[in-house]
Design a protein around this ligand. Sequence first.
Ligand SMILES: NC(=O)c1ccc[n+]([C@@H]2O[C@H](COP(=O)([O-])OP(=O)(O)OC[C@H]3O[C@@H](n4cnc5c(N)ncnc54)[C@H](O)[C@@H]3O)[C@@H](O)[C@H]2O)c1
Ligand SMILES: [Zn+2]
Length: 364
Amino acid sequence: METVKVGLGARSYDVLIGNGLLDRAAAHLARLARDRRLLVVSDQTVWRLLGRRLQAALGHVEAVPILVRPGEESKSWAGLQFVAEQLLGHGVERSDHIVAFGGGVVGDLAGFAAAIVNRGCGFVQVPTTLLAQVDSSVGGKTAINVAAGKNLVGAFHQPSLVLIDPALLDSLDARQVRAGYAEIVKYALIEDPSLFDWLERDRDAVLSGDGEARLRAIAAAVAGKARIVEEDERETSGRRALLNLGHTFGHALEAETGYSDSLLHGEAVALGCVLAFGFSAQRGLCPVEESDRVRRHLAAAGLPTTLASVGLGGGGEKLAAHMQRDKKREGGRTTFILARGIGRAVVDKEVDIADVVTFLDHAD
Ligand SMILES: NC(=O)c1ccc[n+]([C@@H]2O[C@H](COP(=O)([O-])OP(=O)(O)OC[C@H]3O[C@@H](n4cnc5c(N)ncnc54)[C@H](O)[C@@H]3O)[C@@H](O)[C@H]2O)c1
Ligand SMILES: [Zn+2]
């Protein structure tokens, strides 16, 4: 088992990563139960597939499920109201720890509910998608989607423990695994070139579910995120903004495709990373060979790497319009995460949006 510590003073916590960890959940969760009960927020699919295993592991502690429909639509005012009312209906107290058991949707929703119910109670993340295991379960960002956009209402609320069992990914479909893989590559591209070298060699082992390879990749990604979050928990110094590599472009792609299943978040991030590196290379910031290497790697992983492949060739103006509505804007300018090379991401607040439009219009 690997342990990654997230050091945030009084809000510090451990991320435990181990194959088969869910089956040992009682060892970590039983002490957080009250009256031999744990309130578990999950989605119907995850609960159907894995609920019995969680309950079996907990033994004499009863898991009380609060279930939402699977999918992004549950991360809404209505979903939040439902979860909050259910938690209160079950008598949740401030000192309680609720369990978020599912993908990023469940983690963000349950985390936000935990942030506001009783003005804040504790919560534990047990992520069940690769994306949630390498990204959303760590770092304390919680949110719902509202009419004005995705993740625009939320709170910073750190979990008190994260339990990651890569074996839970066995039931996840291959496309969701690839989407999560894009976020692992993102960490490598931000500041871990040796992770990128290793992924170039062992990509197929990680994607196909080799236990050791998956554990190593997840632990490296979580350690990368923990380092950055420790230095800039609330994204004030700008360091945490590095985690948005590929996301300024990616969010625009998702918005343009209507946040639909036609382009998953991780797929948008993959193409977004390719675009961020391509743009950096065009500006002379990053060697062209490095940007080509990024594209080759993600393409070989079965992720989209061209605008044409997602039906958005020549769509510079439309994509830029979405970027100008990005919540990461400051003083009317969109912040871009660019790169000097693999593992050398930088924050750039001075990018002229017209240059981005020209670049996108000519990108393939
Ligand atoms: N808070 C953050 O820092 C952060 C970071 C990245 C993404 N996010 C958020 O995460 C969300 C996306 O998360 P996601 O990609 O995990 O999507 P998701 O939670 O919708 O899960 C994807 C699908 O997989 C199913 N599923 C989950 N675990 C499974 C398993 N083990 N076996 C089979 N099926 C399973 C779910 O039921 C769902 O249908 C977005 O809302 C995004 O905004 C948050
Ligand atoms: Zn992401």
